[in-house]
Design a protein around this ligand. Structure first.
Ligand code: ADP
Ligand code: MG
Length: 724
């Protein structure tokens, strides 16, 4: 720059001309005032003190001399100038030279320029001004760092890598700018001077001259390498996951709202689809046999509602050609893009089935052996009867004797039929049925399994409840649980088999509970009982509960084991409800009084005669027998005088002679499994303060008849559940 005497702070505007030899002359501003001592013939190179033919000022002059108006920002003398060049035509119409007009780029009063520039230089942006010739005429300091060399004067596209994501893409962007469009977020690969490449996002606008022609392009580049790398890594990890899923020997499907979104090739194989893509878009229920659809729906609902995981589900699946096969599924909730999806692993059980069939068969044989022992005893009795009457018949013919013989023979035939049914090799054939019916029919068999000194109680509720199971397997579950309960009571006791519908983990389930008042288990035993081959019996197989567990989980249910040494054990199996029961399940509906009927004797203790009469009335009306007492003393006397069991005791918390809690304790000394329902006009917290345990059942007065009956059901339903 010649010492033009132009200091950035006074000047307002400059103008100069340039001829074809790039010689320039000032024609205005400070030049006119003669305050310049510059050589009038100095070239632009001298003016701008540069040898760089691509220097912004020279580039622009050349463009103008070539007939192209242009403009740009040039730094000069510590000041940024908005410079515009336009060609000057001679008399003959040819370009005689170019005229440059420059005004300070920063308006007067703009923030301190150096500070402004520092900001600009340190921003993670590189700014480029590109002349019509495609060369960089100006660039911010960051631009130099970005490309690892001085970019000014270089052809812009050459800053980019020589591959499709580099130059061609940038050429395309420049072309769009030249056509007057703006460019946003064009991602391109820069090649730095040291050969490394990285990604930038380019945005730019064209600058128009007074004639409306694009005279210059301005672009900013934002380094996005980190983002690109993350994207690439994500893509690579997705590819890895996909390769993994594609190679997996198990079928995997991902579905959103019950519609398959992804399936791996093995899934296509398994379901007989021509390709994975052919499965995508199918409704999941199209791949499942209809009887399992409610169960699968329920599992989906629980998963989406937040259940962390569920056991395996064994079910029958449908191929796209309609063929049915046996499979096992495990499902988890996953995020799929922005959606919540369920990923399902499906395993084909066609091969494993044969093995399991064998195991089941041998287990069943074990059960048959078990049963045979009990039956032999029964048979013996029946044969004694038949023999006896036959010999009497020989003495004197009587139709009554014949009837007795026929009856005994029929009973023997029934036993044999049961035995055969159990021993028969059956396929695993789940069907929808009411377990209550099966249980009712199996009752005589169960009686033959338990010893005489064991009181067997079969307590059936919700007879209509239905499950999807193999009937034979259900019988096997009952039999295994009952024979364990029997083994636990060598000196006799009470064995309760109860069924009904209960809320379990927030869902209505069919429950089968077998409770005994036997020796119970310590914690260490309890923790291991479901393990195959775990047994504490000299002749045990340790397969009973393992089989129960296998059957129950395969049906989509689960098992709970409650036990206390010397107090007894309750093992409960929860099964999903099937069919309409599952669909119409309505947990808030209050059952009608008729549904709340029950049997057995209830000990009622309340000192208030009106309450006593009312409760007695309600209970008798619902089918219970009632022994009513007005004090603890009378209650203990009534209990002592009674041989048989009580269905439950209903005790007022406050009695004239003793607290209700103390009375319950004394009653349980003789009847440890007595189910107790406390009632009181006090609230729960006051009642707890009167010694009634935290977990004891409690009914607040006043109550409606249905509430009383439901509460009685509640305490007595699962036998001794509440006394444990
Ligand atoms: P097994 O009856 O052949 O021993 P199971 O799998 O049926 O095999 O039972 C495993 C073990 O669990 C038993 O040996 C016993 O220790 C314990 N067990 C099962 N049921 C009961 C029960 N009702 N009361 C006490 N212990 C039980
Ligand atoms: Mg057993």
């Amino acid at each position: 720059m010649p010492s033009a005497g132009v200091s950035g702070d006074h000047c307002r505007a400059l103008a100069w001309t340039v001829d074809h030899d790039l010689r320039c002359a000032g024609v205005g501003g400070p030049f006119v005032n003669g305050s310049t001592d510059s050589d009038p013939d100095a070239t632009l190179f001298e003016w701008f003190d540069t040898r760089d033919p691509n220097h912004g000022a020279i580039g622009m002059a050349r463009s103008a001399l070539a007939g192209q108006s242009c403009s740009g920002v040039i730094e000069w003398n510590g000041c940024a100038w908005d410079v515009s060049y336009r060609p000057v035509l001679g008399p003959d119409g040819t370009i005689a030279g170019a005229l440059a007009l420059a005004v300070p780029a920063d308006p007067p009063g703009a923030p301190d320029e150096t500070r402004y520039r520092r900001l600009y230089e340190n921003a993670p942006l590189a700014a480029f001004a590109i002349g019509a010739h495609g060369r960089v005429i100006e660039a911010s300091g960051r631009a130099g760092r970005m490309v690892g060399a001085e970019p000014v004067g270089r052809e812009f596209v050459r800053l980019f890598a020589d591959e499709s994501a580099g130059r061609p893409r940038v050429e395309d962007a420049l072309q769009r700018l030249r056509d007057g469009e703006s460019v946003e977020n064009c991602e391109a690969l820069v090649r730095a001077a040291d050969g490394t490449t990285y990604w930038v996002s380019l945005s730019g606008v064209p600058v128009f001259d007074a004639d409306g022609h694009v005279s210059e392009l301005r672009l900013v580049a934002l380094a996005i390498d980190d983002r690109k790398r993350t994207e690439r890594e994500l893509r690579e990890s997705e590819e890895r996951a996909r390769t993994l899923l594609d190679g997996l020997p198990d079928a995997v499907c991902v579905h959103v709202d019950g519609v398959v979104r992804y399936a791996n090739p093995r899934a296509a194989d398994l379901f007989g689809a021509p390709s994975s893509a052919a499965l995508e878009g199918l409704a999941v229920v199209e791949l499942i046999c209809p009887e399992y659809v409610p169960i699968v729906r329920e599992r989906m609902r629980r998963l989406l509602a937040g259940a962390p995981r569920q056991g395996l589900l064994r079910l029958r699946l449908k191929r796209t050609d309609g063929d049915v096969f046996e499979g096992e599924t495990a499902d988890i909730r996953v995020s799929y893009g922005k959606e919540t999806a369920i990923a399902v692993v499906v395993r084909d059980l066609s091969d494993r089935q044969e093995l399991e069939e064998q195991l089941r068969r041998s287990q069943r044989l074990g059960a048959v052996g078990e049963l045979a022992g009990g039956l032999a005893h029964d048979f013996n009795n029946l044969l004694t009867v038949i023999h006896g009457y036959a010999s009497l018949l020989a003495e004197r013919p009587s139709s009554a004797f014949v009837a007795e013989i026929t009856k005994a023979a029929q009973r023997a035939a029934e036993l044999t039929r049961r035995l055969l049914a159990l021993g028969r090799r059956e396929e695993h054939t789940p069907e929808v049925f009411a377990p209550a019916e099966v249980l009712e029919r199996a009752e005589p068999v169960l009686r033959s399994v338990v010893e005489d000194d064991i009181e067997l109680l079969v307590d059936i509720h919700d007879e209509q409840a239905r499950v999807l199971l193999d009937r034979g397997e259900f019988e096997q579950v009952v039999l295994n649980l009952v024979s364990n309960a029997r083994d636990a009571m060598p000196r006799g006791g009470r064995l309760t088999v109860s069924t009904g519908v209960r809320e379990h983990d927030g869902v209505r389930r069919f429950v089968l509970a077998v409770a005994d008042t036997g020796q119970g288990m310590d914690e260490a035993t309890r923790a291991r009982v479901l393990e195959p081959f775990f047994t504490t019996k000299p002749d045990g197989t340790g397969l009973g509960l393992a089989t129960v567990q296998a059957i129950v989980t395969r049906a989509g249910g689960d098992i709970t084991v409650q036990s206390e040494p010397r107090r007894g054990t309750i093992i409960a199996a929860f099964f999903p409800l099937a069919g309409e029961d599952a669909e119409v399940a309505d947990p808030v509906a209050e059952p009608s009084l008729d549904e709340l009927r029950g049997t057995g004797t209830i000990l009622l203790v309340d000192d208030e005669p009106m309450v006593r009469d009312l409760v007695t009335e309600i209970l008798r009306g619902a089918g219970y027998a009632v022994l009513a007492a007005h004090s603890a003393k009378e209650a203990l006397e009534l209990a002592a005088a009674r041989e048989g069991p009580f269905r439950a005791a209903i005790i007022d918390v406050v009695l004239p002679d003793e607290s209700g809690a103390e009375l319950a304790r004394q009653l349980r000394e003789r009847r440890p499994d007595l189910a107790v329902l406390f009632m009181s006009g006090y609230g729960a917290s006051q009642v707890r303060a009167k010694g009634v345990g935290e977990d004891a059942a409690f009914l607040k007065k006043p109550y409606r008849a249905a509430e009383l009956l439901a509460a009685v059901r509640g305490v007595s339903r699962i036998g001794m559940a509440d006394s444990l």
